[in-house]
Design a protein around this ligand. Sequence first.
Ligand SMILES: CC(=O)N[C@H]1[C@@H](OP(=O)(O)OP(=O)(O)OC[C@H]2O[C@@H](n3ccc(=O)[nH]c3=O)[C@H](O)[C@@H]2O)O[C@H](CO)[C@@H](O)[C@@H]1O
Ligand SMILES: C=C(OP(=O)(O)O)C(=O)O
Length: 429
Amino acid sequence: MDRIHITGGTPLNGTIPISGAKNAALPLMIASLLTGETLELINVPRLADIAALTRILGNHGVDHMVVGKRPGQTAETGQTVRLTASNVIDTTAPYELVSTMRASFWVIAPLLARFGEAKVSLPGGCAIGTRPVNLLIMALEKLGAEIEIDGGYVVAKTKNGLRGAEITFPSVTVGGTHVALMAAALAYGTTVIDNAAREPEVVDLAECLIKMGARIEGAGTSRIVVEGVARLGGTRHEVLPDRIETGTYAMAVAMTGGDVSLVNTRTELLASALDVLASTGTEITALPDGIRVRRNGGGISPADVTTDPFPGFPTDLQAQFMALMTLAKGQSRIRETIFENRFMHVQELARLGARIRLDGDLAVVEGVERLKGAPVMATDLRASVSLVIGALAAEGETQINRVYHLDRGFEALEAKLGRCGARIERVRA
Ligand SMILES: CC(=O)N[C@H]1[C@@H](OP(=O)(O)OP(=O)(O)OC[C@H]2O[C@@H](n3ccc(=O)[nH]c3=O)[C@H](O)[C@@H]2O)O[C@H](CO)[C@@H](O)[C@@H]1O
Ligand SMILES: C=C(OP(=O)(O)O)C(=O)O
């Protein structure tokens, strides 16, 4: 298995281009199943999760084409991908494919809405909690689907098509909102989704669906209204920038010090995280095409955060923020309210010398003077990158094992950091 070696202690200086968002590209690709016409997606990141979903869509019969590179494009420039689901041959998504990635479960919605049936394995994904799909099933049942669980598969059917309904989520779910949106887009009549997720990735999906002919109002608020249409068509859509990748590199600079421009991204995608970063003594300035992040000399001030659905502090940045707080001048308190088991990075950060105490959903971090390199193990996607951040700031060498987690969500990580002065290399097994 590949490993990453990092020799820490060098500030980061330069420019990092931000990729298209994994968590937007995945539902957008899945939306291709809603139409027989071609969906062209621009700025799709090159990631293991995208490749995994491409295999799943291929298994359904979706035609996948990567449009040729244009002059000026580099390995880190997102790809343009054309997906055409004109000849869907199979409405089953098998265990072997779905178990590697949670978002793949969402194919159930377009398959059911367009073909009246779907059989999808219960999902896998990052080991950060139990992650049930009861709310996704509830939404589909409200729309009239008959659902049973059989041999680890969710089998969904509808005799006369889905029908618009009132769907009220008891708690905010991003995947549930994606599924409800896609299914309602092709249902008869009006669907109201209450307590909908307001994440920018939900808005991106809704905007693409609208271009495909869907009638959706209110995406980005907690009440979305969908008027079902009989059919959807193809379109061209650019995937929005990855706010989690943006926040991750911002935290890396906050920790190592230096001056980095994060380009092809937008401040409003992560306002709450940038406010918290500013309160730690990091200078954040908006650029026309991104964000400039600077910390020169001054120490890192401690700050408390609680993860929350958008526009709150994202759970997908909690591990990275914890890495930063390990070097703060004092105590910080980090509460994780979204996933019950998202503290796997704590014991690995401790190997670098961090002092963190866990108490239920609360992590209390006592800042230390310095971290020291050590061998560590990547456990899930965001935990892995928190170790990269810690290692960049630690003295000496850190070896990160099991880096396949990183490849799920960070495009060209070593190249992007390396060009800013980080001493980072991948050792291939
Ligand atoms: C591919 C993708 O976009 N993944 C993101 C998505 O995951 P995902 O869509 O899986 O996360 P959800 O928003 O659905 O989960 C939020 C909470 O609701 C619970 N829940 C969810 C569904 C359900 O049927 N029942 C239930 O109890 C979950 O266990 C969790 O505790 O949003 C999460 C929260 O912002 C992010 O961390 C993930 O990176
Ligand atoms: C948890 C994540 O992904 P997934 O929902 O696919 O497990 C993530 O992107 O941080």
